[in-house]
Design a protein around this ligand. Sequence first.
Ligand code: B4P
Length: 191
Amino acid sequence: MFNLVLFGPPGSGKGTQSTNIIEKYNLIHVSTGDILRQEVANETPLGIEAKKFMDQGMLVPDEVVIGMISAKIDEHQNAEGFIFDGFPRTVAQAQALDNLLEFKNIPINIVLSLVVSEQELKSRLISRGESSGRSDDNEAVIMKRITEYHAKTSPVADYYKQLDKLVEVKGEGSVNEIFAALSNEINQVQE
Ligand code: B4P
């Protein structure tokens, strides 16, 4: 089994690159952003609660997100591996994931961290907002998401660095160039 975490700030291309990675490596895609947006679209109790946070550019509470992940892993008992996209986003989520995976006996093999300048992030998200219809892609909310990232999510990189699992990859350039760099790192760990 091969498990990887794709890490990075909002707009760094986690969703974009996950699409390529799941196809090449036959992994199950676990995107907390996608799951939450689906819950919001279906107007479930979880979605109604999550929307309040997402619309303000804030992270959804840890307990909500951790419960979703556990359910998603359980749905795929025979998976060859998972790619966690946008999760964990807090140190508490990272610890919870470790506990969950230890219990299920499936380790994280690598954490790939996409490095993108703040100016590029803002410009990508503003341009995505012009077509996506996402309620969190306007300038004020984007700034709040970046602030949340620095306060709560960037410590997750240090957490994995201490465990010697973090590999930084330049997240600027063409989608194919970045995919090639990510694949190169995955291949080295799989050898
Ligand atoms: P997400 O959905 O996870 O994050 P995202 O901002 O969409 O980032 P991503 O990095 O996937 O960007 P993308 O590939 O689309 O989170 C949304 C919200 O959900 C959070 O703010 C939070 O409220 C909530 N949430 C999610 N997970 C949570 C958790 N674990 N805990 C608590 N709350 C959680 O790329 C962005 C744009 O750039 C796209 O338009 C893309 O086409 C473009 N792009 C990609 N690569 C490019 C490249 N190389 N060059 C130019 N443009 C590029």
